[in-house]
Design a protein around this ligand. Sequence first.
Ligand code: ZN
Ligand code: ZN
Length: 260
Amino acid sequence: MGESLIDLRVLGCHGGRLPGHRTTCLSVDGKLALDGGALCEALPLEELLRIDHVVLTHAHFDHVQGIPLLADLLIGQREEPVIIHGSPACIETLRRDVFNDRLWPDFTKLPSARRPVLRLEPFEVGRSFQLDGYSITTRLVNHPVEAVGLLVEKDGSALAMSGDTGPTEPFWELVNGARKLGALFLETSFPDALSELAEASGHLTPRLLRAEIEAKLRRSGVPIQIYHLKPAYSAKLHEEIAALRLPGVRVLEDDDRLRF
Ligand SMILES: [Zn+2]
Ligand SMILES: [Zn+2]
C-alpha cells in the first residue's frame, strides 16, 4: 500500500454531553474508533458498519457510552463481531457492569455465542499490539481508574492521544519516542479555577496543560489538538487555552477532519 496518511474524523471530542457537544470518539480511516463515546451519533449506519475495532482509553461512561448502543444497533447486521479493545480493568468493567444481563444484555453472546455482535478483548498495558495494519501502543496514565494514553501508528503516519489524565510521565515518553507523529491529542477538562477538582479527578486545566507541554514535550512541529473540555466550562476553557498562546495548539471540534 505504500506510505498512506491517516484520515481522522472527530465523531466527538468533549468530556460531556450538551447539544453541539458529543463525547470522545475519534474515527481513524473510518475503520477504527478511538474511544466509544459518540459512536452512534455521528455516522450513518452504513459507515458504522465499517468500524471493526474500538480501542478504549478507559471505562468511564463518557468514553464507552456508545458501545452498548452500538451492539444493540448492529445485531444481525454483521457477520464478524466488532472488537472492543481495552485494558484488563476496562474490559472487566464492561463485562461486569454493562453487559451483565441487568443493565444491558450480554452482547458477547448475542445473537449467538458462536457469532456474537461484540467481542471484548483485553490488551496488555504498556505493550504494543497490532490490528488491521495499525500498531497500537499503550501507556498507563494518571486517572482514578486504569486508563491509558495511546500511540497509533501505520506505515506512513501516527497519532498520540492522552486519554483522560492529570500530569503524567509515561505518556510523554511514548510521544517523545515515536518514530513519527502527525497529531497529538491532549485532554484539558476544567478551567484553572477548578484546579483542585482537576487534580482530584485526574484531569488537566489550561495551566497544567502548559506545564505538561513546556516541561515534557521534546519534539517540535507536531500540531496539538486539545479535547475533552467539559461542556459546562467550554467558553471559559476556550478563553484560557487561547490566552496560553502556545504555538501549534488548537481546540478540537466535533466533526473536524484531519489528514496527517
Ligand atoms: Zn472522560
Ligand atoms: Zn475518565
